[in-house]
Ligand binder design. Structure first.
Ligand SMILES: *Cc1c(COP(=O)(O)O)cnc(C)c1O
Length: 396
């Protein structure tokens, strides 16, 4: 019998990531959990079937593989329960469907992940929910926007592409005075750098597609709720039939094991490149919460334990007529930075950000916004690549 004096709950992040979610002795000592492929689960007799008197009953309701991942995420988030869904976008839409009904009013941060806005403006609106976008800089004063029928306040910090920070604790306190559920898209920070439930958020949302996967090869989402809001979330997943697949769940748990060391590298490289960009004459502004120059820096410093590898910068341009040509020249010249959506993988990416759907946090006027995901490559190579991009942009 091995000693049981040390507790995983008191251990450091990397120790927890290495051991959470699966007890090897529960499956013949194998270090990793089995990948259980299954729809049908057999019952020994009718009475057990009738009373659902066993742990597993059907593939959509969980398997030992999905449970291993959910238990790891519960521990990381400090949550009562976690559901797995087929994408990060579904990790937003499923809780919205769980908590909102026709006639309700929902407050959504204006710097939200853009496909979330599309869902709100189309399907959610069609279902009779009134959606209102709010300024991410609102803290406690969000209370002035809360109506008798406001049921949900959605947050995301930093905001997608433009990185606005939010005073999450103040927003959650104001929302709770009116019995609203507070959701947060925490994809950028991961639970290693921010734990939403510790700041009063009820439901923490992740595109596990990003850092937990880490290799640009899995699409999956997770939603973790506190005890008060877990039953409705769980019920919605069962009702909608959106469940996590076994192979994907296995791969996300596999990714979590190394997420701490990967994030440390992403953080260091991204900050080094962000500071270097701040000193370049081609750059109007760098949008990175860990930079002292960034407007939301004080909130980031107070509430967050780290910064991941995604940030943006504004490329200087003479006039708006040049924005697109400058951005395209810069991006097309890059070699190591791939041109593609998503982030969180081992490889660097760059995109020209479209902010046309914003209603409050409008696009910067100095030039196009370029979002970078700094991967695990060597910083010196990435800087050389960016320099070639700047030379191409200057020629426009
Ligand atoms: C990528 C992303 C999502 C959606 O994840 P998918 O798995 O690509 O659907 C949701 N929120 C944020 C903040 C994201 O960056």
């Amino acid at each position: 019998m091995k000693n049981k004096q040390l507790s995983l709950n008191q251990a450091g992040d990397n120790t927890r990531l290495a051991h959470l979610g699966h007890d090897p002795m529960s499956f013949h000592g194998f270090v990793n959990p089995p990948v259980v492929h299954g729809s049908t689960v057999l019952f020994p007799d009718c009475k057990t079937m009738e009373t659902r008197g066993q742990k597993y009953t059907y593939g959509t309701r969980g398997t030992p593989t999905t449970d291993a991942l959910c238990e790891a995420l519960n521990a990381l988030e400090g949550a009562a329960g976690t559901i797995l869904v087929p994408s990060g976008l579904a990790a937003i839409t499923v809780p919205f469907l769980a908590y909102l009904s026709a006639g309700d009013h929902a407050l959504i941060v204006d710097s939200v992940y853009s496909p979330c806005r599309h869902f709100c403006d189309t399907m959610l609106t069609r279902l009779g929910v009134e959606v209102e976008y709010y300024d991410p800089s609102l803290g406690a004063s969000i209370e002035t926007l809360i109506r008798p029928n406001t049921r949900l306040v959605h947050t995301e910090a930093p905001g997608s592409n433009t990185m606005e920070m939010q005073d999450i604790r103040a927003i959650a306190e104001a929302a709770h005075r009116h019995d609203c559920v507070v959701t947060m898209d925490n994809t950028w920070a991961t639970p290693l750098f921010f734990r939403p439930l510790d700041f009063g958020v009820d439901v923490s949302i992740h595109a596990t597609t990003k850092y937990p996967s880490g290799h640009s090869d899995i699409i999956m989402g997770s939603v973790s709720a506190n005890a008060k809001h877990w039953p409705k979330l769980h019920e919605a997943q069962i009702t909608l039939g959106t469940c996590g697949a076994p192979d994907d769940s296995y791969q996300i748990l596999r990714g979590l094991r190394t997420m701490g060391v990967r994030l440390a590298h992403h953080q260091k490289s991204a900050l080094e490149i962000a500071r270097w960009l701040e000193g370049r004459e081609e750059v109007a502004r760098v949008l990175h919460p860990a930079l002292e120059s960034f407007p939301g820096h004080a909130i980031w410093k107070r509430d967050f334990k780290g910064a991941s590898g995604v940030f943006s910068f504004v490329l200087k341009a003479q006039s708006e007529a040049h924005f697109k040509a400058k951005a395209h020249a810069f991006l097309d010249a890059l070699f190591f930075f791939g041109l593609g959506y998503s982030w969180g993988g081992y490889e660097s990416l760059a995109v020209h950000v479209n902010l046309n759907d914003r209603t409050i946090c409008k696009a910067p006027t100095e030039g196009p916004v370029i979002r970078l995901q700094i991967g695990l490559e060597d910083v010196a190579d990435l800087k050389k690549d960016l320099e070639i991009g700047f030379a191409a942009a200057r020629a426009v």
